[in-house]
Write a protein that binds this ligand. Structure first.
Ligand code: CA
Length: 228
């Protein structure tokens, strides 16, 4: 089983919101729900969604405005947004407005189609959550079977080290701060000391070199850690 991605559903109509949440949960997603734009903008930090499904027609703050605001914040800019709209003319308008939405789906949509769109976005931004195989040099991580190999030797990794490695392998070269790794690997609702990150990085390093090879993890003084 791949790591469960979180989807934030923003829809003011309760029945539509619940159906969407139900279907996403049935597909193995974690779901956070917001009934309007203000709630979505507040909830986004706490829920730390991997993707947002956002209705165009919302009271007060419209879906377009929510989208525009999320795409200007550095913390949420990289989170894909799929906009839902009632008519195809609206979709054309959204495209024309360059709100930064990553995809658009016209209502009524088929659940199968929406799920395919959600997965397509996640394959691009969070490949380890949709069972993709990740490769970095001689390291191969299969997020579906939880197997990691290096130069074809299978590596023994604890669950936390596996999630750490998935995070690094999704974006080789990116420097992650300890706080960012805590959010991504441990989740925001759990209190863990940043020193715990160092402990698990140490274990991951050891695991990656258990059959030889150089340490691929880089410590960036004052900033955090990176793969490569
Ligand atoms: Ca609506």
């Amino acid at each position: 089983m791949a790591e469960q991605p979180t989807v934030l559903v923003v829809e003011d109509e309760p029945a539509q919101r619940e159906v969407l949440a139900y279907n996403l949960e049935a597909e193995g997603f974690r779901v956070a729900k917001a009934g309007n734009g203000e709630e979505a903008l507040m909830l986004v930090n706490e829920a730390a969604p991997d993707i947002i499904v956002l209705d165009w027609m919302l009271p007060n703050v419209s879906g377009i405005e929510v989208c525009r605001q999320l795409k200007t914040r550095s913390e949420t800019r990289g989170v894909p947004i799929i906009m839902l709209s009632a008519r195809s003319e609206e979709v054309d308008k959204v495209r024309g407005l360059e709100t930064g939405a990553d995809d658009y789906v016209v209502k009524p949509y088929s659940v199968v189609e929406l799920m395919a769109r959600v997965r397509a976005q996640l394959r691009r931004t969070r490949p380890s959550t949709v069972g993709e195989r990740l490769e970095y040099e001689d390291i191969v991580l299969d997020s579906d079977t939880h197997r990691v190999t290096r130069s074809d030797h299978q590596l023994k990794l604890g669950p936390t080290e596996f999630r750490l490695l998935s995070t690094f392998m999704e974006k080789p070269g990116r420097v992650w701060s300890r706080e960012q790794l805590l959010d991504r690997v441990w989740g925001r609702d759990i209190y863990v000391d940043t020193r715990t990150v160092d402990v698990h990085i140490g274990r991951l390093r050891k695991a990656l070199c258990q059959h030889g090879g150089d340490d691929p993890l880089r410590t960036v003084r004052g900033a955090g850690y990176a793969l490569g």
